[in-house]
Write a protein that binds this ligand. Structure first.
Ligand code: DAH
Length: 332
């Protein structure tokens, strides 16, 4: 019986070494170690042996079977490694390969609009001014003729910053405080625009975002009149939207201008669309900026950059601009 086991083992070892894929090895394993194999058969025959031979026979079965099992495991390891190597070779990506069709990004549609606005106003003789996003309550409100307790403050859902006296520091709710900073910083004549980011405690929907962009305009010079304001708005609208697009001023109220107006543009279908606010700079605002209203006068305007971008491209939902979906953004 021991000779039979050794022969069965030797035969199995040769077959294992010759198996050259996982499937062949596993089928061989079932045949040799399974119920129909020589080791199970030998075990069944132990009972037929003389009692004194049974121990040696049992040990021989276990020893030869273990040798075969070990050989199968070793072969499995070798076949597995070469299968993985083949798979890796197959799936290899050449990361050094440079695509000639690499896509190049471009400025966001809001940035494009912002830059186009700067170009137009710079072309009309304006300079670009800037102010901080984190503002004092004084620059954002008081100096713009909106004292504490003024109802106009409620119109701005202000985000306050936890700094200094409670309520003294905020995220600017509009670009108008740049008017004040500019007047305090330079002598008239002043011709500036101030594009920038503004913040309000608003829930995002199709027409609102808690962060958006405005552009402010401020002119302070001798004998500036409402006609200069209307002419400037008209020139801008004509350049941005095309000569055929008209604009109009409609009386309105803003604390920082007197008189104040809303300016609208006329769309292709004849309807009027509200664009922004404007007016003659209020004497209190000039004074807050250190400018004598007896000597100087001025006009100011402000409107939303994002809204303008939407209008120009016929997009109906403001949130599209900030979802950063390249399928949307790559259109512009
Ligand atoms: N600051 C105003 C707002 O955010 C817009 C505005 C209205 C700006 C009239 C002006 C102006 O300069 O004269 O709603």
């Amino acid at each position: 019986m021991i000779n039979e086991l050794n022969a069965a083992r030797d035969e199995a070892l040769v077959a294992i070494a010759a198996s050259n894929d996982m499937e062949a090895l596993e089928s061989l394993e079932r045949d040799v170690l399974g119920k129909a194999g020589p080791f199970v058969a030998a075990k069944k025959r132990i009972g037929e042996l003389a009692p004194e031979d049974r121990k040696d026979a049992g040990q021989a079965i276990n020893a030869t079977r273990t040798e075969v099992e070990d050989a199968i495991e070793a072969r499995r390891g070798t076949l597995g490694a070469s299968a993985r190597a083949a798979q890796y070779a197959n799936e290899r990506l050449d990361l050094t390969e440079v695509s000639t069709a690499a896509s190049v990004g471009h400025a966001h549609v809001v940035t494009q609009t912002w830059e186009e606005l700067e170009d137009i106003f710079v072309g009309m003789g304006f300079h670009v001014a800037e102010g901080p996003h984190v503002e004092t309550d004084w620059h954002n409100f008081d100096a713009l003729n909106i004292p504490k307790g003024h109802p106009a403050r409620d119109g701005f859902d202000t985000l306050y910053v936890n700094h200094g006296e409670p309520g003294s520091t905020l995220l600017r709710t509009h670009t108008s405080p740049v008017q004040i900073r500019t007047m305090l910083d330079q002598e008239p004549p002043i011709y500036i625009i101030a594009p920038g980011r503004v913040f309000r405690r608003d829930t995002a929907d199709a027409t609102h975002m808690p962060v958006f962009h405005q552009i402010e305009g401020l002119v302070v010079d001798k004998d500036i009149s409402l006609a200069d304001l209307a002419g400037t708005i008209n020139a801008f609208v004509g350049t941005y939207f095309g000569e055929e697009v008209e604009s109009r001023l409609r009386p309105n109220y803003f604390p920082f201008t007197e008189p104040s107006a809303e300016f609208d543009i006329r769309r292709a279908d004849g309807s009027w669309l509200e664009m922004g606010g404007c007016g003659m700079v209020h004497p209190n605002v000039l004074r807050a900026g250190g400018i004598d209203p007896e000597e100087w006068s001025g006009f100011a305007f402000g409107f939303g950059i994002d809204r303008l971008a939407l209008m120009k491209h016929g997009v109906s939902d403001l949130r599209e601009l900030f979802a950063n979906d390249t399928r949307f953004l790559s259109q512009f």
